[in-house]
Design a binder for this molecule. Structure first.
Ligand code: M6R
Length: 617
């Protein structure tokens, strides 16, 4: 979950490292630190508990010397509390000439620590990571070969790790190793970079290499070598990062979340772009590597966590209705421990914004080992999930920095709709004209998202006025149900308010007992034009909760003449094909949660206890 950055080259390393950490801070913000080797050959380290700004202050108080090589870390604590002492980097050896940063968990750290303690090593932290620092320092002392020492130590570690090391005696060299945690190399001209993801260096270079499982990177200013853990060369292809550096900055918005919500016309549009022709027919060339299973699948299993799983739940309705295929949505961390039934005709679709969520990666590996083909729906180029899947349908949402997912969610839904229509065509489950008609409706989404955003001020005002709420309930039916779940998750995540999403039909089976005088309930109201006539059922549900004192906020379609009679507040979204309404319906919920959290004075981009990418199980 931590963010890692490394640099060697002509620039001021502290500036490169702090810039990279700023862009990676969403990965964890319990503490931050940097080490560098100054031009006169000294290893210098600064680290502080708390957000990156505390480290910046520490460096301002005790400036670092000029340096052109260094490593930096922003932490999401696993072993050891978020203190200055447990912050990375950790120094290794009695002379403290080696510095190490780590993302992941070293599972066998207790036995390694016991070995070091027996040899008289003194520890300065409670972390698992410090063990690796002392081990590399000790091996180096014996052999005098830093690369060999590093290789021998990473071979002894179990668990998940990206580790970066610099040593005062080797002032031109950064070493890195990767197992089950992300690592990307940025290739510059006379300079090179390392990062947990490309955001770490995208302002300096767009040329990148994604480092594979169990690989070591030997990084110098004039070249990069990648080998496996046995020391054999490992060939890699470069890719070009398609993110613009400015996309990863706030660009004048008060928060990344505000910017990312506002980005949605573009992110939905970019995800659809080039994948629908003018007739509305879907063109998904990226599915070519798995065309057999796409054509012959008898079942789809989505694996995902959090918001990505709710996007898959939205997708499920479309796949079943349009493509007439059996779909299940599995939380990745439950999936592989359930002994799921998988056949070669099961298409597994892994959905992940980051492509680095460990649970989803493990579910993907499990499915592949069971003989399934895996399609990734992923937002991050070069991510592990993209590399390990048989095909990738990228969402083109651009970098999502705020911990609470917004634009990635709507882009994932757009991608699901494309895929569902594509499969409907292959399976001849929908007449071509009907499928193309939906395709043309999809193309209208970006403009309709713009309309929703333009009128969202009222939802923000409402959010502000609920600053004292202790609990908010969300109700939806059909495709509105996962939107209710997502609305509740947003509120929990960033406003720290108890929130629950329910299928409206489930209300009388228990949840209605929660409703008392003044209980805020946000209801996603389906279109009155919906042929499944869910609209009257939801209106009845609203009446049931109103009768028990609920304060109802409805999200309804323009032209719904009935709902305002039963709700205190109605936020209207433009009309669209009912299945596609989820993208429009979730935006007011995002805005409500953000406004409420802002009213409480909370940091919406970096909510407590969370990190953007959950890279440990
Ligand atoms: O990167 P991923 O899409 O795999 O992340 C999955 C979840 O961790 C993520 O969606 C999380 O639930 C968000 N913080 C929700 O806003």
């Amino acid at each position: 979950m931590c963010g890692i950055v490394g640099y060697v080259g002509p620039r001021s390393s502290v500036e490169v490292l702090l810039g990279g950490l700023r862009r990676l801070e969403y990965r964890g913000y319990d503490s931050a630190g940097v080490s560098l080797i100054s031009n006169d050959g000294r290893l210098e380290t600064r680290k502080r508990a708390g957000k990156l700004d505390r480290l910046v202050e520490a460096i301002a108080e005790h400036p670092l010397d000029v340096a052109h090589i260094g490593i930096g870390h922003t932490r999401w604590a696993t072993h050891g509390a978020p203190t200055d002492g447990n912050a990375h980097p950790h120094l290794g050896g009695a002379e403290q000439k080696l510095s190490l940063i780590h993302n992941g968990i070293i599972e066998n750290f207790s036995e390694l620590k016991a070995e070091l303690l027996a040899a008289g090593t003194r520890f300065a932290s409670e972390t698992d990571s410090e063990v690796a620092a002392h081990l590399v320092a000790a091996e180096y002392q014996k052999s005098g070969d830093l690369i060999a020492a590093f290789r021998s130590v990473v071979n002894r570690l179990h668990g998940a790790f990206t580790i970066l090391v610099i040593h005062q005696d080797q002032p031109d060299l950064v070493l890195a190793a990767r197992r089950n945690a992300p690592l990307v190399v940025g290739l510059g001209d006379g300079e090179n970079f390392l990062g947990s993801d490309v955001a770490a260096f995208v302002e300096h270079t767009k040329r990148a290499i994604s480092v594979g499982q169990d690989e070591i990177v030997i990084l110098r200013a004039d070249g990069v070598t990648i080998e496996d853990f046995a020391g054999n060369p490992s060939p890699h292809e470069e890719f070009t990062v398609d993110w613009d550096a400015s996309a990863a900055s706030k660009g004048g918005w008060p928060s990344f979340m505000a910017k990312e919500i506002a980005d949605q016309p573009q992110s939905v549009g970019d995800t659809l772009m080039g994948r629908l022709d003018s007739t509305g027919a879907v063109v998904l060339d990226e599915l070519a590597p798995i065309s057999d299973v796409v054509a012959n699948a008898d079942r789809i299993i989505f694996v995902a966590c959090g918001t990505a799983a709710y996007a898959a739940e939205v997708g499920k309705y479309a796949f079943e209705k349009w493509a007439r295929i059996v779909v299940s949505v599995e939380l990745s961390h439950e999936f592989r421990y359930r002994d799921p039934i998988l056949t070669p005709n099961t298409l597994v679709v892994a959905v992940s914004q980051s492509g680095e969520t460990m649970d989803t990666l493990m579910a993907t590996r499990y499915a592949k080992e069971a003989g399934c083909q895996v399609l990734a729906i992923c937002n991050t180029q070069g991510a592990t999930l993209a590399r390990e899947s048989d095909a990738v349908l990228y969402t083109h949402a651009g970098p999502e920095v705020a911990v609470a997912s917004t634009k990635a969610f709507t882009a994932q839904i757009a991608a699901m709709h494309l895929l569902a229509l594509h499969m409907a065509g292959i399976r001849k489950a929908l007449p071509e004209a009907a499928a193309n008609q939906i395709g043309r409706e999809l193309l209208k989404l970006p403009a309709k998202v713009t309309e929703v955003l333009a009128s969202a001020g009222s939802m923000a005002e409402l959010g502000k006025s609920f600053g004292d709420a202790k609990s908010v309930l969300f109700l939806g039916r059909n495709v509105g149900y996962p939107i209710a779940l997502e609305g509740a998750l947003k509120l929990k995540e960033i406003a720290y308010i108890h929130a629950e999403g329910f299928a409206a039909g489930e209300l009388k089976h228990g949840p209605i007992a929660l409703v008392e005088q003044g209980q805020p309930v946000i209801v996603i109201v389906p279109s009155p034009a919906d042929s499944d006539s869910l609209h009257p059922k939801v209106i009845s549900n609203i009446q049931e909760i109103r009768a028990r004192g609920a304060k109802v906020i409805a999200i309804a379609e323009v032209g719904d003449g009935l709902v305002s009679q039963f709700a205190e507040h109605v936020f209207y979204v433009p009309q669209i094909q009912p299945m596609l309404a989820s993208i429009l319906n979730v935006i007011p919920l995002q805005i409500f949660a953000m406004a409420l959290a802002n009213a409480k004075g909370l940091d919406v981009d970096q909510p407590r206890n969370l990190a953007k990418s959950v890279t440990v199980e």
